[in-house]
Write a protein that binds this ligand. Structure first.
Ligand SMILES: [Zn+2]
Length: 323
């Protein structure tokens, strides 16, 4: 569970401020995605909205129910909207969808002559708008909607992560779920790493919402806070390994350094590192100096599966790499 569920804009295409208020229809799309998960469908939801803000149609994935790999939420919502209106084009309409559309759906969006596409989570594997074929940039694409991406992306991605995490747990943790890779929509997150030869533990890639830092972010356990910003929290380590030992964690649900770099928005990454620097300033360690340490994976003994950076200071660190 994320401690903050605000959208973190990925690009300057999006307005600043509270996007959950600026894009209220994304809530409906997210609700459709949740309803899809409850039906054992890959949780993707979509809503088609008119120029006056009226909801024309909404849908979640129905791939399993129909045994139709093309029954994607956005395609179903567009088809329903056109039927509802009795027109083949939806030139004044906006489609809200919780995941970056695939090639099939991107092409359909062009065919329906949609005015605007607003989508949530990025899909580097199966997406066709900002990844892969980048359909709207193809010379053969005859209609290009306005595209606003990354709106409440973490919420859309978290639904997918949870869904696939639960499915993995049910299937023994290793089986790839071919039947769930609906029409190019890819799993969140990437497959797990290989079992560790040392401990038998796998490199964590699935976010565990009960990890100690997630609980700390939710306020379930206390911490000695040093600094807090929109994107990060800094607090004293309970078992300090230097005179000053502070941990800085992003507020988003990121398992590791790799996960954060790959999945966090540019704003989250910038916000996180500014918080690290501000924390060092607040601690008064900028001038004498400080060391940053972040452990990733089994060889580095990453202890908590929520990305974190240690700030170590207050004494000469020496040349050692391990605190
Ligand atoms: Zn699709």
């Amino acid at each position: 569970m994320r401690a903050t569920i605000e959208c973190h804009p990925m690009s300057d295409k999006r307005p600043a401020g509270g996007p959950s208020l600026l894009f209220p229809h994304m809530s409906l799309a997210l609700a459709e995605a949740e309803a899809a998960a409850a039906r054992a469908e890959v949780p993707v939801g979509a809503v088609v909205v008119s120029a006056t803000g009226q909801v024309i149609a909404r849908a979640g994935n129905e791939v399993e129910a129909r045994q139709d790999p093309t029954a994607h939420a956005e395609l179903l919502a567009l088809q329903r909207a056109a039927r509802q209106r009795g027109t083949k084009w939806l030139s004044d309409a906006t489609l809200y969808v919780t995941l970056e559309p695939c090639a099939l759906c991107a092409a359909a969006i062009s065919q329906f002559r949609l005015l605007r596409l607003v989508y949530g989570a990025y899909d580097p594997k199966g997406g066709a708008v900002d990844h892969g074929p980048r359909w709207f940039s193809q010379p053969t694409c005859l209609h290009r909607p306005e595209v606003i991406s990354g709106v409440r992306e973490q919420e859309g991605a978290l639904l997918l992560r949870r869904f696939f995490h639960d499915r993995r747990a049910e299937s023994g943790g290793h089986a790839r779920l071919h039947s769930l890779e609906a029409g190019g929509q890819t799993e969140y997150p990437e497959e797990r790493g290989p079992p560790s030869p040392k401990t038998g533990q796998e490199t964590p890639t699935v976010y565990d919402t009960t990890n100690i830092f997630a609980r700390l972010l939710r306020g379930e356990i206390p911490c000695k806070r040093v600094h807090e910003t929109a994107h990060a929290l800094a607090f004293h380590d309970i078992a300090p390994q230097a005179p000053v030992h502070v941990l800085v964690i992003p507020k988003g649900a990121y398992v590791s350094s790799q996960d954060f770099a790959a999945s966090a928005s540019a704003e989250e990454i910038a916000g996180f590192w500014r918080t690290v620097a501000e924390t060092a300033a607040l601690l008064g360690v900028v001038e004498p100096g400080y060391r940053l340490v972040s452990n990733h994976g089994r060889d580095a003994l990453q202890s908590v599966p929520h990305y974190h950076v240690h700030i170590l200071a207050g004494a000469a660190m020496g040349a050692r790499l391990v605190p």
